[in-house]
Write a new protein. Structure first.
Length: 46
């Protein structure tokens, strides 16, 4: 599933989740993997 608006972008798969959210000139993005590998990343961008 992929959902995108001007400020929010969400992509969801069976085994992972990716999210990007923008507001006030800053962007938050995160990635989570649920397939057992335990990968994740989160960052703030300006």
């Amino acid at each position: 599933m992929h959902f995108k608006t001007e400020r929010l972008e969400l992509e969801f798969h069976r085994d992972s989740l990716w999210l990007r959210f923008s507001f006030f000139g800053r962007t938050f993005q995160t990635f989570r993997d649920f397939a057992g590998r335990g990968l994740s990343a989160t960052e703030w961008l300006k």
